[in-house]
Design a protein around this ligand. Sequence first.
Ligand code: HEC
Length: 137
Amino acid sequence: MKFTMQYGGGVLIALSMVMTACGGGGTPAPKGDPELGKAIYVQCSECHQPNENVEGPRHCGVVGRPAASIPDFEYSQAMRDSGLVWNEKTLDEFLTSPFTYVNGTKMGFAGLDNPKDRADVIAYLKQVSADPSICPQ
Ligand code: HEC
């Protein structure tokens, strides 16, 4: 993209800010805070533990792994067939509305409406996965 100076510095700054916000493609997500995410995770811990399968599959290492990849957890066919890989974007979309994102999932959770809550809980999942006292590597 080319700029000519006739637009003036202010416009250039504004444009470069927009480009930074859009950098990497996709919607700029709010930055997650793992400490706040820990409090959000209370809602998940009804069914999930980081390092143990309960009602839901364990979460250690979930950010970066393919969906339905815990061998000893019985996933729904929908989750097995989803072809998803969990990353910040797919987790954000799934946690917005699990039932619509993975139609037929057996995760009985309505979703988190607030994008910041989703970013926080994803940051927490990453932090926990990197903590060898919770998730032995
Ligand atoms: C009512 C129980 C319940 C709650 C509450 C719940 N989950 Fe789940 N979750 C499940 C079940 C069951 C599955 C397996 C879904 C399937 O096989 O379709 C699952 C699957 C997942 C997966 C996919 C894991 C994988 O290995 O592919 C993620 C990620 C996940 N949950 C995150 C969360 C987060 C984050 C929260 C809280 C914001 C949450 N869940 C709340 C029951 C729950």
